[in-house]
Design a protein around this ligand. Sequence first.
Ligand SMILES: [Zn+2]
Length: 412
Amino acid sequence: MSTPLRQAVMQRQEQTFAPRRKSGVKLALLIVVLLVVIAGIVFSAISILKRVSVPASGNGAGHAGRQYSIVAAEGEQYGPPGTPPDQMVLYTKPVDHVFFHPLIAYPEKAFDFDYQAKGFDDYFVTVSEFNKIIASMYERGYMMVDINDVYEKGADANGKVKYRQKPLLMPKGKIPFILSIDDVNYYPYMIENGVITKLVLDENGEAAAYTTTPAGETKVVRDLDIVPIIDDFVKKHPDFSLNNAKGLIGLTGYEGVLGYRTYVKNNPGRESEIELVKPVIRRLKETGWQFASHSYGHYDAAVISYDKLKSDTQRWKDEVEPLIGPTQIYIYPFGSGVKTTDPKFKMFVSLGFTMMCTVGNEAYYAYTDIGATSSRWHFDGIALRYQGNSTSNFYDAAAVIDPVRPVQYQKK
Ligand SMILES: [Zn+2]
């Protein structure tokens, strides 16, 4: 049900899902709405700036710890330690959201010309490609932010409650982005095709990748999947992460989570798997990672019935949410999605999800009074092979693409 082929079809369909821009007669209305929104953002920014306590004798470098004193209502800090408050600027554009699947650790297993190889070529990137993309984004000023910091529920001047973009203060020159990883479940089909086996804690208590090499050797490493790679990258480059934000981990439930078989049905080993995954989840949360529902059974929300979708969503809440804690974020499988006016959307909201993420090559957000929908860039083989122009703000696709990809899969 989560075969790459099906994903191929659905992801293409999804490209047409994101609602298009308004036109003609609605332009004037749109301008008025924009002015109101901008006024709201400016007003909120002023409130935030009022909370900024500028040190009495402020000369940046000497005060690293306390100097960095932009404080949010919840006591959260903004910006990397040492950023003087006057170097923080309000970011008002829609925030880019990019997603990956778990990485191809062993290309020889992914690109072995079996029936799934083409799917791996289309929807996955290799470790080398991921490292190059992240390095490029860092060089160009990108900085990870928490998805919960880019949207909020608030009342407008007339008291009408609506979801909206949350004012985001960024260090000057930095561009915010959200990172997400779909299907961090390490399904058997992924493991068989060159993805690592599961996330574990290494000897230092940090999240790491447990894997069996093609030669049959099992080991714990930090360089073969996204979580440890990003953790180490941020350690080296703290200014790649705002407020210690890391990525958003999208989980289904039907094969368990993070490589642990925690599903309920016909699974006598469930309790021991839960005990094993608990400390890993705890460490991920401590180190800035967030979780999202990616449905329970990886069904297409647009296609299955309302009742089936509701029971699938509830099943995720029953089986997965107790492991990772509550989340307001839902990532549609297959980059599919439902309209905000669809009863299915209301159902998601009623079960606690207020940000629904789909796929589309732009930073797109739609806000309503009950929740929000947004799109995510797919950084994968298709993007690297054929969409280098649209992703050129992030990386040079020609410089990133791994020569290990089979030439046979290159469209003529
Ligand atoms: Zn998926």
